[in-house]
Design a binder for this molecule. Structure first.
Ligand code: BT5
Length: 239
């Protein structure tokens, strides 16, 4: 995967000009946040073949060996709660277009297949801008809860996937949240909510236009959930 191979799929898309492709980096999000502080423009994309310190949410690690796609994009627009779900829908579309695989979405930031995690998304604010980082497992299974495009029988050219992800991110709109909901396996299920170490049980009724999960707790109280771990109750450990 090189800048040239990605551009061969991306054509003359405006974000191609500032695209950076690195053989390795600590974290594409960390790298791009530094560029953002130095004035990098909207749509700057950083892609790495591997990350030595790939990050998940809340200080967790995202295993990032060679064979995955690790991509971050800088979005200079007003901060928006909906960025993470919109990006998840963008990546779902890009994966379907380039590999034929049809992943589902685990609220709020994971794409999953067969009960395993295919992709994670980390949105971080950087001043007035946002950096959205996407990690897609393409080959192998880098973690015990992980699957990959190859493991699901849908290997694909990473340069083509990268180009599709860039294109979809540049086109994302809040209208896509309807499709997000359609593919979200969390909505309509009994779930376990884990927030600040407290565990509660609820039914996930819907997602609202801000991307918040609307739940009914065991005592009938309704709440809007913006963050935390939400797992479907039942046989899956991770989902
Ligand atoms: C995420 O966090 O899933 C967000 C991952 C974002 C990674 C991208 S890669 C490009 C950019 N640069 C970065 O440094 N990060 C972004 P979270 O929901 O907190 O999930 C983390 C959890 O996923 C870990 O605690 C593991 O349980 C699991 N995990 C770790 N590596 C994995 C992998 N490669 N595939 C699937 N699951 C993994």
């Amino acid at each position: 995967m090189t800048k040239e191979t990605i551009l061969s799929y991306l054509g003359d898309h405006p974000w191609g000009e500032t695209l950076i492709v690195l053989p390795r980096v600590s974290s594409t999000n960390t790298y791009l946040k530094e560029l953002a502080k130095n004035g990098a423009p909207h749509g700057t994309v950083v892609i790495a073949e591997l990350q030595t310190e790939g990050r998940g949410r809340l200080g967790r690690r995202f295993e990032s060996p060679r064979g995955g796609l690790y991509l971050s994009v800088l979005l200079r627009q007003s901060p928006d709660f909906r960025l993470t779900p919109m990006a998840a829908e963008a990546v779902r579309r890009a994966i379907a277009a380039s590999s034929g695989l049809r992943p589902q979405i685990k609220w709020i930031n994971d794409l999953v297949c067969g009960g395993k995690k295919l992709c994670g998304i980390l949105t971080e604010l950087c001043g007035d801008a946002a950096v959205v980082g996407i990690g897609i497992n393409c080959e192998g299974t880098p973690h015990e809860v992980a699957t990959s495009l190859e493991a699901e029988g849908c290997p694909c050219d990473r340069s083509r996937l990268a180009a599709e992800v860039i294109r979809a991110l540049s086109e994302m709109t809040p209208h896509w949240l309807t499709d997000y909901k359609r593919h979200c396996l969390t909505i309509g299920q009994d779930v376990q909510l884990i927030q600040n170490d407290a565990v509660r049980y609820a039914h996930a009724d819907d997602m609202d236009e801000d991307g918040a999960l609307l739940v009914t707790l065991a005592d009938g109280t309704k709440e809007r959930i913006f963050s935390g771990e939400v797992s479907v109750r039942g046989s899956y450990g991770y989902i």
